[in-house]
Design a protein around this ligand. Sequence first.
Ligand code: SF4
Ligand code: SF4
Length: 164
Amino acid sequence: MEEFLNDLPKLAKDKHKENKTFFTKLKKKAPKQLDYIMQELHEAEFKKTDCLTCANCCKTTGPLFTDKDVQRIAKHFRQKPQQFIDTYLRLDEENDYVLQSVPCTFLGADNYCSIYDVRPKACAEFPHTDRKKFQQISNLTLKNVAICPAAFNIVEEMKKRIKY
Ligand code: SF4
Ligand code: SF4
């Protein structure tokens, strides 16, 4: 996994043009069974990829924290939401709450998330490869393939499966 993670930014860069063309076509004409295909590809990929050997998303990018996330996690720490915000979060350029620093403060040395049961929704859903109408998050996915080995592999499989 470590070697793959080291190579991933370059691999993603090499595939960027091809991926961009593919997603432009996907947005114009998504197959009717796209949700089903994505579910299948997502499940197959995460059967072989163990996030605990990776944690690259937690190490290199942070999630957005919604108001609900803040309330839930603050409650978990028995803090007031504002206390939690002041300790761990900052506002980004788009006025969203994000982590003050990466790797994420809640990531353990063993790659376990110490707030797993109450983690932000964005963490639970990352890399979003099983979401419905996947073509709507093409731009985000183009970025995620450089961070997430599973997303990279899933996009490679998509291109084999959906021919234009
Ligand atoms: S979601 Fe992707 S980047 Fe995050 S730990 Fe799993 S494989 Fe790695
Ligand atoms: S909250 Fe947990 S899952 Fe989310 S980035 Fe931090 S360690 Fe990873």
